[in-house]
Design a protein around this ligand. Structure first.
Ligand SMILES: [Zn+2]
Length: 130
């Protein structure tokens, strides 16, 4: 796991549990500040899921009742979590390639992180931080 993710976990006092028998990719348990990750995913995919769940943990609303209350608040939570993940990945990509976030090659960034399914969403987020 990369150092930045480890630091984020440590700073926010969040722990990781790897589980071999998970029927989805991962989730966050707010009550005990644990992220549960499917251990059958590739390391790259695990890091992305951890960043997504960290987005819920750091920026999410308090309490599952709010999270589950309406479709639109659920979408907002997912948008915020993906947004957090993509910002972290974009900064990581920029520091690896030695360019500024606003100058990153968008297609290469998508390919490297296998993110084409989020294409439109990512364009908006990167425009927002650039
Ligand atoms: Zn989520």
């Amino acid at each position: 796991m990369n150092k930045k993710i480890k630091d984020l976990l440590k700073r926010n006092n969040i722990h990781i549990i790897f589980n071999n028998n998970l029927d989805h990719k991962g989730y966050y348990i707010q009550r005990i500040k644990h992220i549960v990750i499917n251990n059958n995913l590739s390391e790259q995919e695990q890091e992305m899921i951890i960043l997504h769940e960290l987005g819920h943990a750091i920026n999410g609303e308090d309490g599952c009742e709010i999270y589950n209350s309406t479709f639109s608040s659920h979408c907002k939570e997912e948008w915020n979590a993906n947004s957090f993940m993509i910002k972290e990945l974009a900064q990581e990509y920029a520091s690896c390639t030695g360019c500024d976030v606003e100058d990153i090659n968008f297609m290469n960034f998508l390919q490297k992180n296998k993110l084409s399914y989020l294409c439109d969403e990512i364009k908006k987020i990167i425009k927002g931080i650039a």
